[in-house]
Design a protein around this ligand. Structure first.
Ligand SMILES: [Zn+2]
Length: 271
């Protein structure tokens, strides 16, 4: 499995599918595993990596949100303490999410040697600034709805680290699967977090390339904010000129027409 980044006990793995990231963070005699994903061979790679490097460490699992691609590895890491948001725990679509995993596996003839179940959460993040320490490392959490209802941001100040889930990607436009207003509020919150935690300069997002530069984090927040503004403007008054401008902006994220479909979904979401 591709290792995209390795520094100061932070290792970011990248799946061949959708460039989805899995992160393992070393925190003393513990490790925090974030969104382990996708293919069986990739999950196996992660398991072996952990056995080789962190066999005796206490394991924690963080799920940034409940999209099926982010939770499908859960069953492969038994015994880990699970961290997720209160909305993740209360999610009413658990069966639908599990069905999406099973459907994916059926479609590609994938068989897994671990059970597909919805994660049971041990540590429930109730509110913004919720603090949970793993050994001497403080992890600070923020609710981040908009992409999904149950998204989370996590900051680890001592690691200068921000884990953003499916926000602030460099290769994906905002995917508004939950709600436009919530997404806008979450981006405002992102800018506040960026300002408040002025030593944070490593950003890990769910898909694409991590960044180590504050200037780029700021740029990503601004890009996504601009996109939402253009999307809103277009949806209030649909016209060809604004659509062309919007689609041009979308293709700056990545020259991939899939993003135009994602943009259409967002337009539908706003109707
Ligand atoms: Zn995702």
């Amino acid at each position: 499995m591709k290792i995209q980044f390795k520094h100061n006990g932070i290792t970011v793995f990248e799946s061949s599918l959708y460039r989805t990231t899995t992160t393992i963070i070393e925190l003393g005699e513990s490790i925090l595993i974030i969104d382990p994903n996708w293919l069986p061979i990739e999950i196996e790679y992660l398991q072996n990596y952990i056995t080789l490097n962190y066999n005796d460490h206490q394991k924690y699992l963080l799920f940034t949100h409940s999209d099926f691609d982010h939770i499908l590895g859960y069953g492969a890491f038994p015994g880990a303490k699970v961290i997720a948001s209160v909305a993740f725990v209360k999610n009413e679509n658990k069966n639908e999410i599990l069905d999406q995993i099973l459907e994916f596996d059926r479609k590609y003839y994938i068989s897994r040697n671990y059970p597909i179940v919805y994660p049971a959460t041990d540590i429930v993040i109730e509110k913004d600034y919720y603090s949970y320490s793993i050994e001497n490392f403080e992890c600070i959490f923020f609710n981040a709805p908009g992409h999904s209802k149950d998204g989370l941001f996590m900051i680890i100040p001592e690691k200068n680290l921000w884990v953003a889930g499916d926000y602030l990607s460099n290769i994906e436009i905002p995917l508004i699967d939950d709600n436009f207003e919530s997404y806008t509020t979450t981006l405002k919150k992102a800018m506040e977090i960026f300002t408040e935690f002025s030593d944070v300069h490593i950003l890990i997002q769910g898909h694409g390339d991590i960044t180590k530069e504050r200037a780029e984090i700021q740029q990503r927040i601004e890009n996504d904010t601009s996109y939402l503004k253009m999307l809103k403007k277009y949806s209030l008054n649909p016209n060809q000129i604004d659509l062309i401008e919007l689609e041009k902006f979308v293709l700056k994220y990545a020259n991939n027409t899939e993003l135009l479909d994602a943009n259409k979904n967002n337009i539908r979401q706003l109707k």
